[in-house]
Every structure is written in C-alpha cells, then in structure tokens.
Design a protein around this ligand. Structure first.
Ligand SMILES: [Zn+2]
Length: 174
C-alpha cells in the first residue's frame, strides 16, 4: 500500500520540509524528498506515522533496508525519536562529529560526512555569519540615524539659545 498524499504532507511538515537525517531541504534539493520507513516494511515496519521519516534520496540510498537484527546490534539514529544534538555536533569545518556510538554508526552508515554535505553545511555556516554581520550593520545604521537626529535637535536648540542671547544683548545695550 502506498502512502497517501495526506500522510506524506504530515510527514513533510513534521520534518520542516527537510531530510531528517542530513538537513537538506526541499528547496535545496529542488523538489520533494522521499519517505523512508525507519523500520523497513520487509523487516516488519508499518506505515504508521511514527515509523515514517522524511528523507533525501541520498540518505535513503545509504540507509537501504538497514535495521538491527538484534537489540544489541549497532543502532541507527532515529530522528523521529531523538534530537540531532543527542548524537552529533557540527564542527566549524562542516563535518559532523559523533557524541555517541549511535552517532558514529549513523555518520558511517549514511555517509553524513560526504563531501557535498560538508560543502552544504559550510555554506549554511557562512550564510549564518553573513546574516549576523548584516544584522550588526543594520543596527549600526539605525544607531547612526538616531545619533544624527539627536545632533540636529541639539543644533536647533543651540540656534535658539544664540538667538535668545542676541536678543538679551540687544536689550542690555539698547
Ligand atoms: Zn539526507
């Protein structure tokens, strides 16, 4: 049985329209991603929402129908159950570093340090940095405008004072 449009959209929305394993978005991929059964159907998995992962083609390809044969086998990260930060940290050079055996196994199995993904993360890091700088620059411009306004208000007050002073002088010398 194929997954209905309605369920597919639920999964997409839950995943924020991005691969739950590697983070590549539909916008980046130029189209919809695929739905992965975390526990593959050939290994007893169902179509229930809890078993569906939004997944890019690459991650899907590398995951294949992986599922541990026994409870003590290596465990793949289930993004539907645990946050990214439990198992991975993103380094400044764009690579993922595992924090747990599950993290290490997942990086290996899904090739999460594949070159295009590293480039993708670096680009996102750069974009974040650019946005931070831009926000700082905008704030600086705003402060400068405020300062200019204050300065012109001060100049106006000074002008008024001068005029009053001149008036007084004229009266005194009158
Ligand atoms: Zn992916």
């Amino acid at each position: 049985m194929s997954i209905s449009r309605q369920v597919r959209d639920l999964v997409r929305r839950k995943a924020n329209f991005a691969c739950e394993f590697c983070g590549v978005t539909e916008t980046d991929a130029g189209g919809e991603l695929t739905i992965d059964h975390f526990q593959p159907k050939v290994k007893g998995g169902t179509d229930s929402l809890g078993n569906l992962i939004y997944c890019c083609n690459r991650c899907n390809l590398y995951k294949l129908d992986y599922f541990p044969a026994s409870a003590d086998g290596p465990v793949l990260w289930n993004p539907g159950q645990e946050p990214f930060s439990t198992h991975f940290i993103e380094l400044d050079d764009g690579r993922l570093h595992p924090l747990t055996p599950t993290g290490a196994f997942t990086i290996n199995r899904l090739r999460l340090n594949r070159q295009p993904l590293i480039a993708y993360r670096l680009r996102n890091q750069q974009r974040k940095e650019d946005n931070r700088l831009l926000a700082q620059y905008r704030e600086m411009l705003r402060l400068q405008r405020e300062l200019n306004n204050q300065l012109s208000a001060l100049a106006e007050q000074q002008q008024q004072l001068l005029e009053e002073q001149q008036l007084l002088l004229r009266l005194l010398l009158g």
